[in-house]
Design a protein around this ligand. Sequence first.
Ligand SMILES: C[S@@+](CC[C@H](N)C(=O)[O-])C[C@H]1O[C@@H](n2cnc3c(N)ncnc32)[C@H](O)[C@@H]1O
Length: 217
Amino acid sequence: MPDKYTAFAPFYDALSGEYPVYRAGRVRGIGALTPQPGEQVLDLGCGTGLNFPLLQDRVGPLGTIVGIDRSARMLEQARRRAIKAGWDNVILIQADALLLDPAAVRATIQGQGGSGTSDAALATYSLSLMPEWRKAWANLRELLRDDARVAVVDMQEPVGWARLLTPLARAACALGGADIAAHPWQAVEEDCTGLIRDSARAGHLQIRAGTLRGALS
Ligand SMILES: C[S@@+](CC[C@H](N)C(=O)[O-])C[C@H]1O[C@@H](n2cnc3c(N)ncnc32)[C@H](O)[C@@H]1O
């Protein structure tokens, strides 16, 4: 049976609550990641490529965006976005972040004119969909420079007065297949220096960014 993103792909941008809620997280996450002109940025679970315009503004035509997603239909939307905008610096790879072979993915990226290791990476609203997100994080690290910058943007229950909205936040996460209690930004807190902590939408959106401490032991 196809996963919900396969069926939902053509409608994702319109129905995902982008402007009222989720865009704020990607804007802040990419702001904290600070991609530089000419860099290669990997977008894990890139979906339809909603991060791409913001990333393009940062890396420019000499930079590269590598989008990885397990859903061919979501990648099809991402490819359409790239073609429509005239970007020829986007590499899209269909792979499951939990199962991918990092060496094979590095070779695929190089085969398409990119670099085997990316300078920076982000995962927006994707790791919380992966039950073993630490495995996806470990695989991601194998695709990055040892001192790459990383950002994770994901969801938790709202705090303060907005706790009243908890049922809504839970329903939105359940609809998208996300585990609202996963808190995958912990990986950035554990593995990075120069940590940036931010949040938006009454704490529902959590943003973490930093620089990886170095090679995996
Ligand atoms: C909620 S969407 C977020 C998409 C995009 N990052 C954004 O910010 O709009 C989650 C995406 O993660 C992808 N995904 C879920 N599990 C995955 C996995 N194990 N490996 C790769 N991609 C995965 C889905 O196909 C979907 O495109």
